[in-house]
Design a protein around this ligand. Sequence first.
Ligand code: GLY
Length: 376
Amino acid sequence: MTIGKIPAGEAVPVELGDRSYKIEIGRGLLKQVGTLAEHFAPGGRCAIVTDANVNAAQGEKLRAGLDAAQIEHATIEVPAGEKSKSTDMLDQVVDQLLAARLERSDLVLAFGGGVVGDLAGFAAAVTRRGMRFIQIPTSLLAQVDSSVGGKTGINSRHGKNLIGAFHQPVHVLIDLDVLTTLPNREFRAGYAEVVKYGLIKFPDFFKWLEQNHNAVFAHEEALAEAIAKSCEAKAEIVKNDETEKGERALLNLGHTFGHALEGFTSYDSDRLIHGEGVAIGMVLAHEFSNRLNLCSIDDVARMKAHLQTVGLPTTISDIPGDLPNADTLMDFIAQDKKVVRGSLTFILTNGIGKAYIANEIPPCEVNAFLKDRLSK
Ligand code: GLY
């Protein structure tokens, strides 16, 4: 199997008719941002939406790229962390886009991790009834998942990502060099989303990750391959099902449990960050599938072992602090977007690389499973 080998100078296409775009992956790409902006908005202006950490570490590099092409730009900085995916912050970003007098034909540059991408993308979707934006993801998680496919949005007090829109970027620029300043914990959390593609429907990729994870974590060539393979996988799924009427829901493997855990910890990043919630959630999804006689215990052990090998949390008790009870988690799960007329839609699996969408899972089954897990 060829794992994510994109020839130099080419990019992964996301084929969506007149909303198609490319995912460019390489080193030192931030320098080219001016040329890119000029291509998409000749003579136009840009607003960089970023967070305080990314701005401090990488902001000057991006601005230098825009200055080199004499592109006028404003920077809108939000606090780092999941709490910025709020209605208040959305209001502030939109207000600053309008205060900077950006026109509909100008560009928003979403420069940061998943939080910034989701927030800036949603701000672009609603400002002036829809501005174009470029995703410039700076975390592994955003590079392999959230920057691709057009899901944008913010959290509500009722749950995660409950306010949002599908709004595709016009381009995704993935500069591998920005990952060198990413904290290890963030890198590891992003790796959970890489593993997810193998677990969903690319078992050879999962095997490749088992063999190559050291090289991926050492930022060797394998990292570019893993990102490219993840983007190819995501682009294929999004092309088949842009607005999640079917197959795209597979990308939610582990997310229903993961979002509930994030909700329980009040999105406190000291306790749990998104990719860690997904890692625990994916293990729970495999264990739940095993309980329903769908997935072998060997496959559960194998996927859990890989996540543990790279240092990801794999059980609810790995989360520091007090533990939730099953009913609390069920309240969060009941608010998840995957509830249809009281029944739950879960991503279950027949084994590694064999995930599927299971409709009509009775909530009492999930509750009994969680009670059992939490008593161990
Ligand atoms: N992150 C899941 C999706 O884009 O559908």
